[in-house]
Design a binder for this molecule. Structure first.
Ligand code: NAD
Length: 277
């Protein structure tokens, strides 16, 4: 069984460096996919209220013989439920769906700066953590300006910022800020969301030279950057392949070649203007 390395959060708790993301896995397929991932050895599961599949994650957890204290479960507050009181209610609803009493990591899914609620929302996160209902609290899609505001107006630095990050969009400045402030960077869309990254000649070439798949090379890149990475797949063979990345290393030549694919372009929305809720 693969043992995934861990990183240390600012709460003093470990987080597995590689986990299983369930974005866009249909609710009816989620229990099966998560069960496959748990059997393969994944211990971190990344869901969100907005994915509509927390119940499937909960069903897989309940069915699994992996003890709950070996799992690391993340979910995210959906955009429409920001604000102090709504956050508390939405958290309870998630916990009922997941079927657990204490959550490892709760994230604000998007900052939505135009609605100016993320500081109030964060205060509800602080309360839930103080009450022992969440072990670590974090954010997602926050830019430096949003992180700075949380730091200035509240007492708690996020344990994690989960952001779009892959070789085409490596987030060098944000990663540097995180490193300076003890925030773990978690990469979403790590494989480029099936939009061509894995077919780029540089990635394919490095993969061939290593006797690995393009997905494995890209996941290795994330690990060597020091990020937590949460690839998604519903294909059992790929689910296993994506976890089999702890027994090889990329050298400087490989990393230089991979750096050539950087475009500076996001695949997803810009957090400063994204306003869907
Ligand atoms: P991803 O980069 O993980 O891409 C997933 C796609 O890559 C799959 O659908 C499949 O087409 C392909 N793939 C997976 N494994 C492969 C392999 N071994 N070989 C070839 N192709 C492979 O994209 P994602 O699902 O968007 O991101 C991963 C996770 O990040 C999500 O499931 C979710 O948990 C999280 N996420 C968070 C946010 C956020 O706003 N916080 C946004 C998007 C995703």
């Amino acid at each position: 069984m693969t043992v995934t390395p861990t990183l240390m959060l600012n709460t003093g708790l470990p987080i597995p460096q590689l986990g299983f993301g369930v974005f866009q896995i249909p609710p009816e397929d989620t229990e099966t996919a998560v069960t496959t991932a748990l059997q393969a050895g994944y211990r971190l599961i990344d869901t969100a209220q907005g994915y509509q599949n927390e119940e499937g994650v909960g069903a897989a957890i309940a069915r699994s013989d992996v003890p709950l204290d070996e799992l690391f479960i993340t979910t995210k507050l959906t955009n429409s439920e920001q604000g102090y009181d709504k956050t508390l209610a939405a958290f309870d609803a998630s916990m009922a769906k997941l079927g657990i009493d204490v959550l490892d990591l709760f994230l604000i899914h998007w900052p939505l700066p135009m609605f100016d609620q993320y500081v109030d929302t964060w205060r509800a996160f602080e309360k839930l953590q103080a009450d022992g209902r969440i072990r670590s609290i974090g954010v997602s899609n926050f830019e430096v300006e949003h992180l700075e505001r949380l730091a200035a107006e509240t007492g708690t630095v996020p344990a994690v910022n989960q952001v779009e990050l892959h070789p085409q969009f490596p987030q060098n400045e944000l990663r540097k800020y995180h490193a300076e402030h003890g925030i773990i960077t978690e990469s979403w869309g790590p494989l480029g969301q099936g939009k061509g990254l894995l077919d780029s000649s540089q990635i394919v070439e490095v993969a061939r030279s290593k006797g690995r798949t393009p997905a494995q090379v890209v996941l290795r890149w994330h690990l060597q950057l020091g990020c937590v990475v949460i690839p998604k797949s519903v294909t059992p063979k790929r689910i296993r392949e994506n976890l089999d990345v702890f027994d090889f290393e990329l050298n400087d030549t490989d990393l230089d070649r991979i750096a050539e694919v950087e475009t500076g372009m996001r695949l997803g929305p810009d957090p400063t203007t994204f306003d869907a809720r």
